[in-house]
Design a protein around this ligand. Structure first.
Ligand SMILES: C[S@@+](CC[C@H](N)C(=O)[O-])C[C@H]1O[C@@H](n2cnc3c(N)ncnc32)[C@H](O)[C@@H]1O
Length: 349
């Protein structure tokens, strides 16, 4: 989480101008990263640190001047380091973030979500501002569904290996054949992480997006996990009562249309066994103007803006709590904030 923006009447004109230049630089940087991932520039530097731009260009059969400008700009931004002879290498940790597909901190999918899909949405959204129309998430394309899963991959690993098992009683449950339902399983990345981490656990993934379901089913079949994992297109409320030890939702609550959110949370309560956990990893919208300037709310504010045309509305803390109370969860949800501003909510049946 970054520092709070300097605001208020003591801020100078130059400081305000500098903000615009910084944001514009951020815009370029995201495209520079995307180009570097796509053309293999980060990978080449991760595999053989200490290359000149000319050497990289030769190796990748790219134009020398283009690669030199890319390297110098990336160096200026702190993505690359270099020695006196302009032999470039990745700056510390950038190998994990930008050149290690599958690493839990790999952020290339998050970058790609912006360059490939959000640029399209922002280009088209003027008319939507006039009409309020939305284009639903579901059925957009395989590439979109896949990129979404890729963009939040860190949450899948963290939830499967730490956040879920750390809930009281869950580690033993997962070790002894426990049953977990993931509502809004998308392309099935969390299901794969969970079954990988807990070889005795049984999982069901449910979603309303046929594209995500198809990808998830293929993953399950390829991994030969059909005996332990099923993926269904279903409303959670139609599943058998008291049949799961835990229900998990990762970046789903804010994607559920507000008018059916209560129905889905009621459904989660309905399928949980007594003592079972509902675990939600999502985002929380600021309830007040004061919160809207706090660092931990900057990420959810951006999500709300990015996903406007998908019809997504990020719930506030009060809205989240009302959903649980209405569904009959007696105790207040445990709440924590992780990473850039994700909220972890856990509540017990
Ligand atoms: C941002 S994606 C997250 C997918 C997945 N949880 C992951 O972490 O990769 C949100 C998912 O919620 C699903 N979703 C939205 N409304 C739903 C509902 N009413 N019931 C089940 N899934 C829903 C969407 O179709 C989409 O697959």
């Amino acid at each position: 989480m970054g520092k709070p923006e300097k605001t208020g009447s003591d801020i100078s004109l130059d400081e305000q101008v500098a903000k615009i230049f910084a944001w514009r630089r951020g815009f370029n940087t995201i495209f520079l990263i995307d180009i570097g991932v796509d053309l293999g520039l980060f990978k080449a530097l991760a595999e053989a640190p200490g290359q000149t731009s000319a050497e990289i260009a030769r190796q990748l059969k790219l134009h020398a001047h283009y690669v030199d400008v890319w390297c110098m700009t990336a160096f200026g931004l702190g993505l690359l380091d270099a020695d006196e002879e302009r032999r470039f290498r990745l700056a510390p940790h950038m190998d994990k973030i930008l050149a290690s597909p599958g690493h839990p901190r790999d952020l290339t999918g998050y970058v790609r979500l912006g360059t490939a899909f959000l640029t399209e949405d922002f280009a088209r959204c003027r008319e939507a501002f006039r009409t309020g129309e939305t284009v639903p998430f579901q059925g957009r394309s395989h590439a979109f569904a896949d990129t979404i899963g890729e963009a939040i991959r860190g949450l899948h690993a963290a939830t499967a290996r730490k956040i879920l098992p750390d809930l009281e009683g869950m580690r033993q449950t997962l070790e002894s054949g426990g049953r977990v339902l993931e509502v809004g399983c998308g392309t099935g990345r969390f299901l794969m992480q969970l079954t990988g981490a807990w070889p005795s656990a049984h999982c069901t993934g449910a979603d309303i997006d046929p594209t995500g379901i198809e990808i998830a089913r293929n993953k399950v079949a390829t991994a030969g996990l059909e005996a332990r994992v099923e993926v269904i297109e279903s409303d959670v409320a139609k599943l058998p009562a008291a049949s799961y030890d835990a229900v998990v939702m990762i970046e789903v609550l804010h994607e559920i249309a507000p008018q059916i959110r209560q129905h889905v949370i009621d459904g989660c309560a309905h399928v949980l066994k007594p003592g079972g956990w509902l675990l939600i990893v999502d985002e929380t919208y600021p309830s007040t103007l004061e919160e809207a300037r706090r660092p931990e709310f900057q990420f959810p504010l951006q999500t709300g803006f990015e996903e406007l045309t998908w019809g997504n509305v990020i719930p506030t803390r009060e809205e989240q709590e009302q959903l649980f109370a209405n569904a009959g969860f007696k105790n207040a949800a445990e709440r924590a904030i992780i990473g850039e501003g994700f909220t972890i909510l856990s509540v017990r049946r």
